[in-house]
Ligand binder design. Sequence first.
Ligand code: SAM
Length: 242
Amino acid sequence: MDLLVRGCNQLGIVLSEKQIGQFSLYFDLLAEWNQKMNLTAIDDLAGVQTKHFLDSLVGLPLIQEEMGEGKATPQWAIDVGSGAGFPGLPLKIACPDMKLVLLDGTGKKVRFLEEVVAALKLSQVEVVQGRAEEVGHNERYRGKFDLVVARAVARLNTLVEYLIPFARQGGFVVTYKGPGAAEEFMEARKAIDLLGGEVARFAPVQVPLLEEERRILLIKKQRRTPAQYPRGQGLPRKSPLG
Ligand code: SAM
């Protein structure tokens, strides 16, 4: 895990031996399961350390800065459309005290996530199979989270309708986006407002050891999301707000 450790140093994240061991076991399981089913296009050791682990962790310093004085850690987070666990699981390994929900619509991804959580002996992680459009109306999860994250799930004007309903007032929604993010951001501004959010940061970040540019959008939830959102029947994707 040399690349991971070097990259974390650049991000100001210190990992213990136990945490490095958890990342290493996570890599082993990802590579093993990926031979049987298509979880991710990237499963080589260097690629997983940079394009999955470090890319997931790159948002953490910004999140902690925005959440409060010093290094505040969110207490309850949800990763929507987590897939093989990104960015949620690397954030959980780096912040072991954080409670986490991993949500995905696909059964095989959910079974992989359950296996990783058990093998890494991660506590206070709940894996949920379901669609964001439905789970976002469940009182157990709606309006509850300090932090809502997603990477590579949908275009921003669709994604904010999935994510903002989960955040508590005063909580943060954080999306990991690529270089096309500025255009997506313009399209999504009205929707962010309508759903009760306010843009706190839209920051370019450099993933350690990678050339690619990343844009992290941080939205602060200021007001309650109107009850009709997220809409059902695939509408957030077919007919985005805005
Ligand atoms: N976030 C992971 C990553 O960055 O590697 C996975 C990205 S993958 C391209 C998108 C994932 O989002 C898939 O696992 C898919 O099942 C899930 N997904 C897409 N739309 C969803 C929805 N509306 N509700 C729940 N999961 C969804």
